[in-house]
Design a protein around this ligand. Sequence first.
Ligand code: SF4
Length: 397
Amino acid sequence: MATFSVRFLGCKVSQTDAQAVRERLLRDGHTEVPDDGDVAVVNTCCVTHEAVRKSRHAAARAARTHARVYVTGCGANLAADAFAGMPDNVAVIARRSEETPAAVAGDVGAIGCVQAQARLDRIRAFVKIQDGCSFSCNFCVIPLVRGASRSRSADAVLREVERRVAQGHREVVLTGINLGCYRDRPAGYRLPRLIREAGTVPGLARLRLSSIEVNHVNGDLVSALLETPTVSRHLHVPLQSGDDGVLRDMARRYTARGYLRRVAPLRDEFNVTTDVIVGFPTETEAAFRNTLAVVRDAGITKVHVFPYSPRPGTKTAARDPVPADVKKARSASLRAASHEASIARWRAKLGTEDIVLVDRPGRGYGDDYSPWFVDAPVGELVRVRAGAVSEEGILAA
Ligand code: SF4
């Protein structure tokens, strides 16, 4: 029997993939340990140059304390040479996410006695419904490392949601690279129907989407979100830029006005958050100001800011003309606007109630994914009233 630990870098899909390897190793009879053990699995990220650097660092660190390290995920698939020169105990598994758990487990070896007492995080479960992306944004490396969009069957997704609820998870996050591409054609499902049925699994307290491309925000989706009582009032809709020229150069398939039009029906009910790339090769100062304006006009609160870094194999791989200090200054200004908008949203909630899922000691998230400070046991859903606002969230009265 081997002892192992699994870690991940990057997005919720990376977390879900790491979870799949972990569950497979547990099923094969191996024992999970906090941070050392015989085997380490590092599920890597390649979305930026910095993400690859951190992934390499995590693998090198694991190699010092484990007999064998498996490097998996997007970083392994894009840039196996990024892991060249690693110690001999590091194995790079450049396989699709569906094949990775079996590849790692096959190498570690099956023991065959199921770990019935495996520790599970019972708070929030990430359920992958699709993988890959068939869009081709010019800066994005994801289609190269994860391939075209493909979906799990609705039956498999709904059974997994039921299993997670039975395990005690209070919240389920439907996760994927491009959720709006979800299709189970034989069974007649697209994302809205899947949301309606996943959201009514008995015992589920809260359903959340990891993110949705604005092209997929339409009447059917909005109705499904509004009419399914467990769906949380938060939606992450990547913007990437608010300038039409930059959006065209990114091949993002929408305009700033189109983004605003599609997000408008959500504004009253949902907390809208987003991703923005700062310092794209054709982003001028005026273009950046357009992004700030769309963030404001769309009523977006939290912005995840990604300073542009060229990724190998993409259409913009050879271009990075915006100086690092300009990217830094624009990032800081966007983060400041995001912080201001978040605080304004939290202040507007003073005196009102929300249901918070406590996911760490003293902290949790409300229905709209606003961060709260609460005094309640981890794993509980608690009704609280907003008493004050700090720089980091809402304080329960
Ligand atoms: S929609 Fe664009 S940015 Fe998102 S994963 Fe697909 S190609 Fe990448």
